[in-house]
Design a protein around this ligand. Structure first.
Ligand SMILES: *Cc1c(COP(=O)(O)O)cnc(C)c1O
Length: 426
C-alpha cells in the first residue's frame, strides 16, 4: 500500500485509484494473451538478429558518404528478416512516417499512373502528399492520379466499388492498417490479407503498399506475411521501441526498395550511401525492445478503453474487442473533455509534466490539434501521448506507454483531470 501514498503525491485520489484498480483486476486474461504475442515477436527479433550476425561492430556508425556501413546494411537485413521480405530500407535520413510513405509512393509511381486507396481516406498528412489537398510537390503535380473507395457503412470493404475502381492506369494500392484520426476500425493482418488477395485476383501486377504505422508487433504476423509488397512505418512509433531518435523504414520486394533507395539518395547511388552517424545502437536496441514496448502500449490502451467505456464514453476499439494497433480513440463530444483528457496525460509525464497542452495549428493537419506528449524523444508516439483534432466529435486518440506502469498512471491522471473538471463522476 506504499503505492497509494505515491499515487496521492502524484495527485491521484484514492477514489480514482480504486476505480482503476478494479478495472485492471478484470483484465488479467487479456494481458496474458498480449504477453504471449510479445514473447513470439521477441523471439522473432532475436532470431533475425542472430541469423544476420549482428555484432558489436554493427553498433558503430559511419560519417560522410557512409560507404560500407556494416551496421546500416546489417540492420536493413534484420528488418527484412523480421518482415520476411526480400529487402528493407531503414534510415535516419527518413525523417518520419509521412516521409517514409511519401518516399514509397513517389518512387514506385510514375507520371500517368494511378494510386488507389480501397480503404477510404488516408491519414491526414498524406492528403498533401497525394494532392487530395493541393500542395506543392504532391503526386498530383507529377501527373499521378488518385482514386479512393470508401469503406461501407459497417466498416467492411466495398469489393464491388474496388473492382470498378481498378483500371488500366492503376499501379499501386495503399492500405492503411491503423485508423489514424478516424473512427473506423483498424484492420487485422488477416483482413488485410483477404483484401490483398481480392486485389491480386483483379490485377495481379499491382503493387500493394501497407501503411503499417502503429501496427508493428501487435500481432504475430505483419502485412508482408499476407501478400503486401511494401510495408512502411516510422521508427518513433512501435518498432523503434522508444529508443530510436529518428527514422523510418520500408520493407518489401527488392525492386520496390531499390526504387525507394534511388529516390531517397540519388539515381546511381541508392542504398550505397547514407552515413548512419551515431544512431545505430539505438535503432538496434529499440528494435530489440519493441515487442515488449508494444505490449505495454497495448495494455495501456485496453485499460483506458475499459475505464472510459465503463463511464459511458464511446471508445474505439471497445473494451472487449481484439486489437490491431496501439491506438485508442475516446470520444468526449466536447472540447473541454478532449482538453481535460490531454491535460491529465501530460501531467503524468516524466518529461514536461509541468506543462499544460494547448490546441495549435500543426503543419500537415487541416484543423487545430491538441497534443499531450512528455517524451524523451520529441514527438515520439510510442511514448504515452494523446492528441486529437479540435473538431467534432472531439475524440482523443491516444497511444503509447513505454512501460505499463506509466501507462496506468497516465490513464488514472486523465481520469483525475476529468473528475476535477466535473466532466466525470465516479
Ligand atoms: C503516424 C502515422 C503516419 C505519419 O507518420 P508521422 O511520423 O507522424 O509523419 C501515417 N500513417 C499513419 C496510420 C500513422 O499513424
Amino acid at each position: 500500500m506504499q503505492n497509494q501514498s505515491l499515487y496521492s503525491q502524484l495527485h491521484i485520489s484514492s477514489e480514482v485509484l480504486s476505480f482503476g484498480n478494479a478495472v485492471w483486476a478484470s483484465l488479467s486474461d487479456r494481458f496474458q494473451k498480449i504477453d504471449e504475442v510479445s514473447e513470439y515477436n521477441q523471439l522473432k527479433v532475436i532470431k533475425a538478429m542472430q541469423d544476420n550476425r549482428v555484432s558489436e561492430a554493427c553498433m558503430l556508425g559511419t560519417t560522410g558518404y557512409g560507404y560500407n556501413d556494416l551496421g546500416r546494411d546489417t540492420l536493413e537485413k534484420v528488418y527484412a528478416s523480421v518482415f520476411h521480405t526480400e529487402d528493407a530500407l531503414v534510415r535516419p535520413q527518413i525523417t518520419c512516417g509521412t516521409h517514409a510513405l511519401a518516399l514509397a509512393l513517389m518512387s514506385n509511381l510514375r507520371p500517368g499512373d494511378e494510386l488507389l486507396s480501397p480503404v477510404g481516406k488516408p491519414y491526414d498528412t498524406l492528403e498533401e502528399v497525394i494532392g487530395i489537398r493541393p500542395s506543392r510537390g504532391s503526386l498530383a503535380e507529377y501527373g499521378i492520379t488518385y482514386r479512393q473507395v470508401d469503406l461501407k457503412e459497417d466498416g467492411s470493404f466495398d469489393y464491388d466499388g474496388i473492382r470498378s475502381a481498378i483500371n488500366e492506369k492503376t499501379k499501386l494500392v495503399t492500405i492503411q492498417r491503423s485508423k489514424g484520426y478516424q473512427t473506423r476500425p483498424s484492420f487485422g493482418v488477416d483482413q488485410i490479407g483477404q483484401l490483398i488477395a481480392f486485389i491480386r485476383n483483379e490485377k495481379p501486377e499491382l503493387t500493394v503498399m501497407v501503411d503499417n504505422c502503429y501496427g508493428e508487433f501487435v500481432e504475430e504476423k505483419e502485412p508482408s506475411d499476407c501478400g503486401a509488397d511494401i510495408v512502411v512505418g516510422s521508427l518513433i512509433k512501435n518498432i523503434g521501441g522508444g529508443l530510436s531518435p529518428i527514422g523510418g523504414y520500408l520493407a518489401g520486394k527488392k525492386e520496390c526498395i531499390e526504387n525507394a533507395a534511388v529516390r531517397l539518395t540519388s539515381p546511381g547511388l541508392g542504398k550505397e550511401v547514407g552515413a548512419s552517424l551515431e544512431v545505430l545502437r539505438s535503432l538496434y536496441q529499440g528494435l530489440f525492445f519493441a515487442p515488449n514496448v508494444t505490449a505495454n502500449a497495448l495494455k495501456t490502451a485496453i485499460f483506458a478503453a475499459n475505464i472510459y467505456e465503463k463511464l459511458g464514453f464511446d471508445v474505439i476499439p471497445n473494451a472487449k474487442e481484439e486489437r490491431h494497433d496501439i491506438i485508442q480513440a475516446i470520444t468526449f463530444g466536447t472540447p473541454e473533455g478532449l482538453c481535460g483528457f490531454c491535460e491529465g496525460i501530460q501531467k503524468a509525464s516524466p518529461v514536461d509534466g509541468f506543462v499544460k497542452p494547448e490546441p495549435w495549428d500543426m503543419p500537415g493537419y487541416d484543423s487545430k490539434v491538441i497534443m499531450a506528449a512528455g517524451a524523451f524523444i520529441s514527438g515520439s508516439s510510442i511514448e504515452l501521448s494523446a492528441d486529437g483534432p479540435m473538431r467534432e466529435p472531439y475524440a482523443a486518440y491516444f497511444q503509447g506507454g513505454l512501460t505499463w506502469q506509466h501507462g496506468k498512471l497516465g490513464i488514472l491522471s486523465s481520469l483525475q483531470a476529468l473528475v476535477e473538471k466535473g466532466i466525470v463522476t465516479l
